[in-house]
Write a protein that binds this ligand. Structure first.
Ligand code: HEM
Length: 506
């Protein structure tokens, strides 16, 4: 509460059973200096609740900020999708957004060099649609098998309990498909000045289907209307020294004073059959679709216009899941996305419980009746006495075939396909990105990389210099010089690299 006047009506203290609490200052003791009595039921309840206040934090993206808002359609895309949220220009849909850093724990500082989570929940009339993206269009990996390893590499070392540049860069440099994302994280965009000043991306390829049953592949882009603003490493160090909650403060206070942040939503659309023909893998999360091939089509705009009255209730307990889809919006064969369709709901059953869909921020704003019953913390009428099997003779829980997605052709032999052998173009897209940078931006990239990789052994530095060099000789030269090593030594060090035995690009 920022001012002296409390906006809430006065309350009287009671226990959970409603009984009045007569004394909230002095514990019940045998005499003024005597021991506590077990019959102090309020003390027992108060401390018992206290030790259960903390729920598990998100395994990653633990530190975040969120707000409620409104999405408005500004352009007609009904020829691509039947999704009701896009059904007419001017239509408004209530939504919730949560932004986050990835590696830091719940108490971590905001102004860290890291990608940012960009998670959106749209309360549509046909169910909640969650677009759980990042502020970058690509990701480090394209196979979910490596996701737990990525997290081990970027989180704390098991022995020192400190973040480890060696673990981080050893892993990244051994997975050259991460190079595109690493280039973005080390670039001048690696530390957004605030959540308001960054773009968002669905990153994966999703799909749309329309009323005629035609499918399109789609990528989502959210472009900040506040402009892009970033921090240098030196500026970030200063910010963190003064304020570890810089992004939370910025978002909360701008909404509080009515300066509502806005993003425009765009899509790139690829007709279903073109996926077979484009020269890159259209479902590979380490690649973008060139905008020259698939231009941005405006869809709508959203603004965040309401802070939560209770951080834990809405932001900590928010449960976003890529599996929260609505008719007209579907997925793609992207194997990362396919795994996320399972993993988020699974994580949330553990983190917030099997009935987390009943928590207000997660609850659909349309009628819902999923026929799941019981479970820890069930707080609604639990479907009362309705028969709970299906089929039944009483028109309960009837399926809705009119919403079926058009069939998707899938074929292929089951195997652990080595995608590195099948598609080893790690560098042409980061090269294009590097060549879009001004000389000044390139120097920032070299210097950020050098500062970040500094604590690692030379064989890791050499490995990264080689990756940079293979991407573009000028990239390799620039990073080598900033580190104080040479490309020649890096290339020569290839034979003695301790990971030479791995089936990897070294
Ligand atoms: C959070 C898993 C890749 C964006 C999470 C959580 C899990 C997870 C378990 C915590 C969920 C919770 O407790 O509520 C995975 C796996 C991935 C993957 C297994 C790859 C196979 C990605 C990618 C993106 C992404 C590619 C972005 C394009 C996010 C965001 C959050 C998150 C934004 C935080 C959501 C929030 O604000 O609550 N991820 N993730 N993740 N992930 Fe991922």
């Amino acid at each position: 509460m920022s001012d002296k006047k409390c906006p809430y009506a006065p309350t009287k203290l009671t226990m959970n059973n409603g009984a009045p609490v007569a004394d909230n200052q002095n514990s019940l003791t045998a005499g003024p200096r005597g021991p506590l009595l077990a019959q102090d039921v309020w003390l027992n309840e108060k401390l018992g609740n206290f030790v259960r206040e903390v729920i598990p934090e998100r395994r990653m993206h633990a530190k975040g900020s969120g707000a409620f808002g409104t999405f408005t359609v500004t352009n007609d895309i009904t020829k691509y999708t039947r999704a009701k949220i896009f059904s007419e220009v001017g239509k408004k849909t209530e939504m919730f957004a949560r932004f986050s850093t990835v590696a830091g724990e719940r108490g971590a500082a905001d102004a860290e060099r890291d990608i940012r989570g960009f998670a959106l929940k749209f309360y549509t009339e046909e169910g909640n649609w969650d677009l759980v993206g990042n502020n970058t269009p690509v990701f480090f990996l394209r196979d979910p098998r490596k996701f737990p390893d990525l997290n081990k590499a970027v989180k704390r070392d098991p022995r020192t309990n400190m973040r480890s540049a060696t673990n981080n860069w050893d892993f990244w440099t051994l997975l050259p498909e991460s190079f595109h994302q690493v280039t973005i994280v080390m670039s001048d965009r690696g530390i957004p000045a605030s959540y308001r000043h960054m773009h968002g991306f669905g990153s994966h390829t999703y799909s749309f289907w329309n009323e005629d049953g035609e499918r399109f592949w789609v990528k989502f882009h959210m472009r900040t209307q506040q402009g892009i603003k970033n921090l240098t490493d030196a500026e970030a160090a200063e910010v963190v020294g003064m304020d570890r909650e810089s992004n939370q403060k910025d978002l909360f206070e701008s909404i509080e004073k009515g300066d509502f942040p806005k993003w425009k939503m765009y899509v790139q659309i690829m007709p279903e059959e073109e996926a077979e023909k484009v020269p890159y893998h259209p479902f590979d999360l380490t690649k973008v679709w060139p905008k020259g091939d698939y231009p941005l089509i405006e869809v709508g705009e959203f603004e965040l216009n309401k802070n939560s009255d209770n951080y834990f209730l809405d932001i900590e307990q928010a449960a976003f899941a890529p599996s929260n889809l609505v008719p007209g919006i579907g997925v793609s064969p992207d194997k990362m996305l396919q795994n996320r369709l399972i993993n988020y709901a699974d994580a949330q059953r553990y983190r917030v419980g099997v009935n987390s869909h009943q928590i207000p921020v997660n609850q659909p704003r349309c009628p819902y009746s999923s026929n799941h019953r019981d479970g820890l913390g069930r707080a609604d009428d639990n479907y009362g006495g309705r028969p709970h099997y299906e089929p039944n003779s009483f028109h309960q829980w009837e399926e809705q075939p009119e919403y079926a997605e058009p069939p998707l052709k899938i074929n292929g032999d089951a195997a652990h396909w080595n995608f590195r052998k099948d598609d080893d173009d790690y560098f042409s897209q980061p090269r294009a990105l590097f060549n879009l940078m001004s000389d000044e931006q390139k120097q920032v990239l070299f210097d950020n990389t050098a500062r970040n990789i500094e604590p690692t052994p030379d064989f890791i530095k050499y490995r990264h210099i080689r990756n940079c060099y293979w991407c573009d000789p000028a990239y390799g030269e620039g990073v080598a010089k900033a580190i104080g090593l040479t490309v020649e030594d890096a290339l020569a060090a290839r034979e003695s690299d301790p990971a030479r035995h791995l089936d990897s690009l070294l």
